[in-house]
Structures are given as C-alpha cells and as structure tokens.
Ligand binder design. Sequence first.
Ligand SMILES: Cc1cc2nc3c(=O)[nH]c(=O)nc-3n(C[C@H](O)[C@H](O)[C@H](O)COP(=O)(O)OP(=O)(O)OC[C@H]3O[C@@H](n4cnc5c(N)ncnc54)[C@H](O)[C@@H]3O)c2cc1C
Length: 393
Amino acid sequence: MFEKSYDVAVCGGGIAGAAAALAAARRGQKTALIEKTIFTGGLATAGLIYIYLPLCDGNGTQVTFGITEELLLASLKYGPGNVPEWQKGRSAEEAKRYRVTFSPASFIIALDELLANAGVDIWFDTLICAANVQDGRLAAVEVENKSGRGRIAAKCFVDATGDADIAHQAGLVCPASQNALACWVMEYSNGAHWRLDDSIEHISIHASGSSWDSKRGPSGIDGTEVSNFILDGRTKYRERLVKEYASGKKDRKTLFPLTLPSMAQFRTTRHIPAQYKLKDGQDWTHFDDSIGLAADWRKPGFVWEIPYCSMLPAGLKNLVAAGRCTAAEEDAWEVTRVIPTAALTGEAAGTAAALAAASGVSPDDIPVATLQDALRKAGNKIHFDEVGLAAKR
Ligand SMILES: Cc1cc2nc3c(=O)[nH]c(=O)nc-3n(C[C@H](O)[C@H](O)[C@H](O)COP(=O)(O)OP(=O)(O)OC[C@H]3O[C@@H](n4cnc5c(N)ncnc54)[C@H](O)[C@@H]3O)c2cc1C
C-alpha cells in the first residue's frame, strides 16, 4: 500500500469535483482530485452532456455566479459555442437564457488548464474502493491504480462521485432512485437539423414505451444493471442506424457515430443521507444556511436557495457532498442535479472543506456565516435579496 496525505481530498472529478478542487486549492490547501476515468468533467464531458443549463432566472436576472460562471465561460474557451443574448427580460425559451452548448472535448482541455493553474494534484485512472472511518470521522480513502493499492488521508473530504460512493463505502445507508434509459451520442450527420458545428449532431435516444422508464428503470448501483443499461442504450442507437440506412436517405458515409459516452448516463443513483433533504415546492424559500442560488432550467421565474445542510451527511464527520449526490427530491432534484448546480455545490463544498481543514474541524462544525462570507468574497450571491429578488416563503 502506498500512502499519501492532503489537506483536502476531492473524490470524483466531475463538474462538482472540479469546482470543489478549484475552490479548495485557491484557498491555499494542498488538494487532491481523485478520478476513476482519464477525464475531468464527468457526465458533462465523458458522458457527452453538452448543455450548460442557465445561470439566470429566465426573467433577465442572473442568479448563479462564482466558479459556476467561470466554468460556463471556460467550456467555450477552446470550442465554437457562444453565450446567447439573455439579458433582455423574460424569455420562456430555455435556449435564450444564460446557458451554453459546448464541445465536451474543449471543456476537458479548459478544465485541465484551470486545475493545473490552481495547483490541484490530479489522480486520474484511480478508483476509490474503500473508506476508512475512525471514531465517526472519515480518515482516509483507499484507491487502486497502476501503482497498486494505496491509502489517501486528508484533513477533510468532498464526496463528488455523483453516486455518493464515499458515504456508501463509509457505511452510511444512502437512498437510491431509478432511471429512464438514456444514450446521448455525438454523430456525424450530413444534413443534420441540429449541429455543434457544420456536421456534428448530438443525438439523444430515449426508450419510450420500453421497460426502461424512470419508475421501473435501474438505480445504477448494481453492476449487472449498469452493464445492461449501457448495452441497451447502444443497441437502440445501432437500431436507429440500421433503420436510417434501410430508408435509403442515409448511408454509412453520411451518418455514423463519432463518439459514444464513456460514462453510464444515469441521472440519479445514490445520494447522501443528509442532515436535510431539499423538497418539492421549496423554490423561493429562504434558508439561513443557503450557499447560493440556482434557477429552474425548465421554466422561468423559479429560483432556489440551496441549504448547506443538504450537503452534509448525517452520522459522519469530515465529509461534505457536492453535485448530484447531495440530498434533494422531485422538483428540487431537477434543479440540484444539473451542471450549474453541481458547480455551485462543488464550490461551496470545496470552500467548506478548505475552511475546515485550515482550522482542524469537520465541515459541519464551521460557522455557516464564515462559509457564506468566503463564498461572497469569491463573487457568489447567497440569498434572493442579493440579486434583487425576494423570498416568497
Ligand atoms: C441523460 C442525461 C441528460 C442530462 N442533461 C443535462 C443537461 O442538458 N444539462 C445539464 O446541466 N445537466 C444535464 N444532466 C445532468 C448533469 O449532466 C449531471 O448531473 C452533472 O454533470 C453531475 O455532475 P457531478 O459532478 O455531480 O457528477 P458526475 O458528472 O457523475 O461526476 C462524478 C465523477 O466521479 C467519478 N467517480 C465516481 N465514482 C468514483 C470512484 N469510486 N472513484 C473515483 N472516481 C469516481 C466519475 O468518474 C465522475 O467523473 C443530464 C444527465 C443525464 C444522465
């Protein structure tokens, strides 16, 4: 077993993990980012989910700032997308809000650059396979990579695995949900109606009418189910090609896959058993412990404060969660699971972990006002009134 030690160890290098690692390292903490694939960005890049959903409320007011906005702009730095004109007041059209479409590969290149500049120690191709808990505190994670098996200790950890793997490995009972089949593919399509550039289409396969619906589909936490989910998605995509070729309108030179997702496209798997779960109907609710604001991407005029306690696992010290494994359900989950909110909770988790590591306490012991002040200083807005809006509940 090799041994390493950090101030902050961020587990999982998706959008939430990247934001957390940036926030922690920029606060001067020795920070590791541990990722089982060879990409940063998770579902947004390896998973080919190329739409950075809105940072504005749909009525012309920007609600999310900080690293969330920095990453949105970074996603375009080495690619062809543009920021639409979104400031002109109410727009029911999601595509005209402050959101962008990006090339996943371009975003990876930009994330690599940002993380290197911040001094984050990145561990690619490294699977976290166990968590060591001592006296109710997460003390280390066990990893496996080409060097063999190792133990990474840290003063504080962030669970940004999307699947609450760390909370689960630490022995917490994590609620799980189910998924509809999804298979987003980048394909070459000569004459495509929607394009990333002149010839690359993004295709999304859904399984309407099949057994893969969100009530009966897999939870994504069983090995066999994960393999079947991936194979079923690819089979449906292959059937589409066969059908298109048989129609005579397209052939293998005018329609073919360019890139397949290298991550299973589960919208939800496990989340942490948090001190508090954000619920349906809690848009426009003031939370004293808010870490920032997120807009509902599906409809204008719905804004949420995200409470810090929905990121803190009950029954385990030294761990804070970020991204899609934070605790939320139904409408609230639709808001917390997407890319901008993953970045928002990532920045908050990384900041909390850095503050906790610097003062030798657990993230649930830092005063929430200290965390909020640190986030404000980094450019974030915490409550509705800070962007000129008002709580309704
Ligand atoms: C089909 C589909 C469509 C979607 N559409 C949109 C959309 O249009 N716009 C939008 O904003 N959002 C969309 N989303 C949601 C969004 O893509 C994700 O929820 C968001 O990117 C999650 O980010 P995350 O960092 O929390 O998790 P993830 O992206 O899941 O990142 C977790 C990371 O942790 C790593 N990891 C996991 N376990 C381990 C381990 N044990 N050891 C080491 N590393 C580990 C993974 O490899 C991954 O890189 C969609 C999701 C799906 C599935």
